[in-house]
Ligand binder design. Structure first.
Ligand SMILES: O=C(O)c1cc(=O)[nH]c(=O)n1[C@@H]1O[C@H](COP(=O)(O)O)[C@@H](O)[C@H]1O
Length: 278
């Protein structure tokens, strides 16, 4: 396989994490967190939660990952807040990874790709999570849209939850299904664009060969799901950890609603990640 120098999303991503570090800040406005922060469980409470997160995290995080489900709960009003979060985080210099986990076929997948990756779409982000379990090639509209727009499609390979094993570790002709996803993503990135990322949980021995990916690896599971910064070198031995994007949501968000405390929790974890990965 021939490879070429990083460009497109790869360059944007590497510049952002070079300046701000690799930790991704998840914005997951759970009901429990809204209550813990003393906010109403309503669209108004969601908006206040989101504003605090943007103020604390957008100036310091390279990548911010709003979990779309927690906005969707509030319908149109929630999506209005999400549009603002995406816009404000991007204006503050963070890359926004919309955690939507979309996956469908044909024209429907093309519509999802447009919704999250097309310039001018109300929810346009820098990247989106997508699920390949209707077939990797079914994701083609999102892969092409990401590549054309210097954005990134993060494909689920080996998720952080224990239930993922039954599908992701199933044998697919001598390779695990998850490894077939890694290999397909690797082939997409041979042009150096880094427009196809992977999602590989930080919580377990994933058993994947990630060495040739040349694209970002989102690693959720730090904090609330039990993974620590110190686990990362072993879990991702063999991967190019310059591309690693460990993520924490509740582990950082529990420090809110005070903006300074929230930012400090983020930078403390980020510094621990950088120290651990070297
Ligand atoms: O794609 C994701 O971000 C994701 C993949 C995965 O394998 N596991 C996982 O937890 N996530 C997401 O990462 C976030 C984890 O949140 P915390 O457990 O609070 O850090 C949630 O938004 C999950 O949906």
């Amino acid at each position: 396989m021939t490879t070429s120098a990083p460009h497109g999303y790869a360059s944007r991503h590497r510049a952002a994490v070079g300046q701000r570090g690799r930790l991704c800040a998840g914005i997951d406005p759970h009901t429990e967190l809204l209550e813990q922060w003393g906010l109403p469980v309503s669209a108004a409470g969601l908006a206040q939660f989101a504003d605090i997160c943007v103020e604390a995290l957008a100036p310091v995080a390279a990548v911010i990952k709003p979990q779309v489900a927690f906005f969707e709960v509030f319908g149109a009003a929630g999506f209005t807040v999400l549009e603002r979060v995406i816009r404000d985080c991007r204006q503050a210099g963070a890359l926004v990874l919309a955690d939507a986990k979309r996956g469908d076929i044909g024209t429907t997948m093309a519509a999802y790709a447009s919704a999250w990756l097309d310039d001018g779409a109300p929810l346009c982000a820098d990247a989106v999570t997508i699920s390949p379990y209707l077939g990797f090639e079914a994701l083609r509209p999102a892969l092409d849209a990401a590549s054309a727009a210097q954005r990134c499609a993060f494909v689920l390979a080996r998720t952080s939850n224990p239930d993922g094993a039954e599908i992701q570790l199933a044998d697919a002709g001598g390779r695990a299904v998850g490894q077939t996803i890694v290999d397909a993503a690797t082939a997409e990135n041979a042009d150096g664009s880094g427009s196809v990322g992977l999602v590989v949980g930080a919580t377990r021995a994933h058993g994947l060969d990630l060495a040739s990916l040349q694209g970002p690896i989102l690693a959720p599971g730090l904090g609330a799901q039990g993974a620590t910064p110190e686990d990362l070198p072993e879990v991702f031995a063999g991967a190019d950890t310059r591309w690693l994007v460990p993520a924490s949501s509740r582990g950082v968000l529990r420090a809110g609603p005070d903006v300074t405390a929230l930012r400090d929790a983020f930078t403390h974890t980020r510094d621990a990640v950088e120290k651990s990965l070297g």
